[in-house]
Write a protein that binds this ligand. Structure first.
Ligand SMILES: Nc1ncnc2c1ncn2[C@@H]1O[C@H](COP(=O)(O)OP(=O)(O)OP(=O)(O)O)[C@@H](O)[C@H]1O
Length: 251
C-alpha cells in the first residue's frame, strides 16, 4: 500500500518533558488515519510533527526521521514553505480571516501571485463545492466570512486548505466546537475527501474515529501503543492498554 508518512524513532521534547517517545509508524496514503488517546498523550504534538508546526514553539527539540513520500522533512534544510503547501492543516477552532468568503478561499493562491480572475473564481467554486459549502454561500461570496455559522466556518477553512492543492490534510479535532448536525456534515466531508487526500485526524471522540478512520493509532503518555486498521483496533485490540482505553477503563 502506498505510504504518505513514514516515522522512524521520532522523539519530541518540549523543554524537559519528553512528549513523543520513539514513534515508528507508516501512515497510508489516501486513507483516513485517526490519532486517539487521553488528554495530553501527544496527539496534537504528533500531528504538528507532520508539517513542522512544532518549529514555531520555543524550547522544542525533535529527533528522528519523518519522511513524506520518501523525502525527509525533519531536517533544517527542508523547504518549510513547500512542506506547508503540501500538508494543509485545519484547527479545532475555525480561524477564517476577517475578509470575504471568496478572499478566504483564494488566499493561498493570491499569496502565490495568481491574479487571473477566472482561475480564482473557478478555484473558489471548486473548493467550496468540495467542502460541501457552495450551495450555502454562493450568494454570499463577497460577504464577511465572520458572519457564517461555526460549522460553515470550519468547512470554509477546509475549502481554504484544499485550494492550494495539498497532498495531506491534518485535522486537529475539527468538530469539537460544533453541534451534532455540523459535525455530521464535516464527517461526511472527511469521508468524501479521502479519495483525493491523505487525512490525519486527531479526535477525542472514539465513535468518530470508528466511523471515519480506516486506521487508528492509540497514544498513551507519548508512546504509540497500537496502530492498526480501525476495525481491528476497536474489536480485537492487541494490547491490554488499548482495550482498557476503548472500553472506558481509563482516560
Ligand atoms: N507549547 C508547549 N510547551 C510545553 N509543553 C507542551 C506544549 N504543548 C503541549 N505540551 C505538552 O505536551 C504534551 C502533549 O500535548 P498535546 O497537546 O500533544 O496532547 P494531546 O494528546 O493533543 O492532548 P489534548 O487531547 O488535551 O488536546 C502535554 O503534556 C502538554 O502539556
Amino acid at each position: 500500500m502506498p505510504i504518505a508518512f513514514e516515522l522512524n524513532n521520532l522523539n519530541l521534547h518540549y523543554g524537559s518533558s519528553h512528549v513523543l517517545k520513539n514513534i515508528n509508524m507508516k501512515i497510508p496514503k489516501h486513507h483516513v488515519t485517526a490519532l486517539i488517546g487521553p488528554s495530553g498523550c501527544g496527539k496534537s504534538a504528533l500531528l504538528r510533527c507532520l508539517n513542522r508546526m512544532n518549529d514555531l514553539m520555543e524550547r522544542v527539540k525533535t529527533r528522528g526521521s519523518v519522511k513524506l513520500e520518501g523525502e525527509e522533512i525533519n531536517q533544517s534544510s527542508h523547504d518549510i514553505i513547500r512542506l506547508r503547501r503540501r500538508v494543509g492543516m485545519v484547527f479545532q477552532k475555525s480561524n477564517p480571516f476577517p475578509m470575504s468568503v471568496f478572499d478566504n478561499v483564494i488566499y493561498g493562491l493570491k499569496i502565490a501571485g495568481i491574479k487571473d480572475r477566472k482561475v480564482l473564481r473557478d478555484t473558489c467554486e471548486r473548493c467550496l463545492r468540495a467542502a460541501a459549502l457552495w450551495d450555502e454561500v454562493k450568494d454570499r461570496l463577497h460577504e464577511s466570512a465572520l458572519e457564517l455559522s461555526g460549522g460553515q466556518m470550519q468547512r470554509l477553512c477546509i475549502a481554504r486548505a484544499i485550494a492550494i492543492n495539498p497532498d495531506v490534510l491534518l485535522l486537529d479535532e475539527p468538530c469539537s466546537a460544533l453541534d451534532p448536525i455540523a459535525t455530521g456534515r464535516i464527517e461526511r466531508l472527511i469521508h468524501d475527501l479521502r479519495d483525493h487526500y491523505t487525512l490525519i485526524l486527531v479526535t477525542h471522540n472514539m465513535q468518530q474515529a470508528a466511523r471515519l478512520a480506516d486506521y487508528t493509532a492509540f497514544l498513551l503518555n507519548g508512546e504509540l501503543v497500537e496502530f492498526n486498521e480501525t476495525s481491528t483496533l476497536f474489536t480485537v485490540p492487541l494490547e491490554r492498554r488499548t482495550e482498557d482505553y476503548i472500553t472506558g477503563r481509563f482516560g
